[in-house]
Design a binder for this molecule. Sequence first.
Ligand SMILES: *[C@@H]1O[C@H](CO)[C@@H](O)[C@H](O)[C@H]1NC(C)=O
Ligand SMILES: *[C@@H]1O[C@H](CO)[C@@H](O)[C@H](O)[C@H]1NC(C)=O
Ligand SMILES: *[C@@H]1O[C@H](CO)[C@@H](O)[C@H](O)[C@H]1NC(C)=O
Length: 357
Amino acid sequence: MARRSLLSLVLVGLATVLAVPLDDAEPAHDVDTNSTVLAKSLALPAPLCFPSLGFAMPDKLPADNTEWWCDPATEYAFLGFSYKITDCQSLEQLNTDFRNIRQKFNSRYIRLYGFCDNEGYYDDVVSAAWDNALGVHALIWFGFNGDLVWVPRRDALLASLHANPKAKFVTRVLQFGSEPLFDNAIAHDTLAEQVVLAQANLSSLHIPVTVSELATGYQERGGGQDVLDVIDSINIHMLPFFSPNATTSDKAWPLVLEDLDWFIEHGNGKKMYFDENGWPSIIWSGVEPNSPDAVADVPNEQGYYALLEENCEFLKDVVGGGIGWFAHIYTDEMEPGYGIYDDEGNMKFPFAPRTHC
Ligand SMILES: *[C@@H]1O[C@H](CO)[C@@H](O)[C@H](O)[C@H]1NC(C)=O
Ligand SMILES: *[C@@H]1O[C@H](CO)[C@@H](O)[C@H](O)[C@H]1NC(C)=O
Ligand SMILES: *[C@@H]1O[C@H](CO)[C@@H](O)[C@H](O)[C@H]1NC(C)=O
């Protein structure tokens, strides 16, 4: 492992104090770093696998989740939405949104964004996901202050995954995020250790673990190869609007490829997702572009998704089983300018991306 910064030493020390159960866990000797759970061998074909379109949810929970998930190689093209839970939406609201996400858009997944620290909140997410046949990319939210708020969030989520019998049937992957490396919220070697500890904690549930991060986030931490080596899938933030070369979204393909090629080169053939992925319709404080020529408006937001549609076959053929992508984000209420819906609940543009090609 690479150099350990003073910050990471402090973080490790504090994390040990605050997180005795996890850090006392068995070492990860039984974790298959080539991710059995994401592997193809046990997958039934659609519509017999969760969460394929047309899958009929069983009345009773299956014995386990080893013949449950779809083959990752079928999980390319449009998968669903980033969905921010910082408003602590009610179970009723989650059900309404998840039903729309599944039925109107043919989504298979949601990717959580933000945090809700209400006790038991993830049980509501699991309940709504199960009732609407959606898989979940769960998230341990770090925030932006470089503090340790993520430690109790990690413990609460891990505990919930063990305690709720439905959780392992809807939780496709646990993510450390969002952008903990880019935000310098944790040192890369400490993050790699945390991923391995979480894999050990979740190994009996067959839930894989990843990090939700930009290419730049890895690159500015010396490449973060220790992290890339241990994560089970690569959950990429693809936000070409922030490239120094950004102009309009119809010209963004070389920028997408620049980051994607970097992950292909360093990702060891692992399954990849664009899990935070989009182009904003407005510029606002805190999310200014790095290029003076970057254009933020609704046609460019729409145009970015059109670009992914045009390249569906290319993305399907990417190593690891093709790129599955999420639209960031469900509504402008969750992040200004990124929504498919505006603040009033109107769709900003027609959106019906393909789920296969
Ligand atoms: C895991 O993958 C690596 C590189 O792709 C390979 O060398 C190794 O044999 C694999 N291990 C297992 C247990 O399949
Ligand atoms: C996993 O971590 C949680 C939270 O720290 C803990 O309560 C639980 O006992 C751990 N389980 C295993 C199997 O390590
Ligand atoms: C971005 O712009 C720089 C400077 O003009 C150029 O060297 C580089 O190739 C561009 N990158 C892409 C991906 O277009």
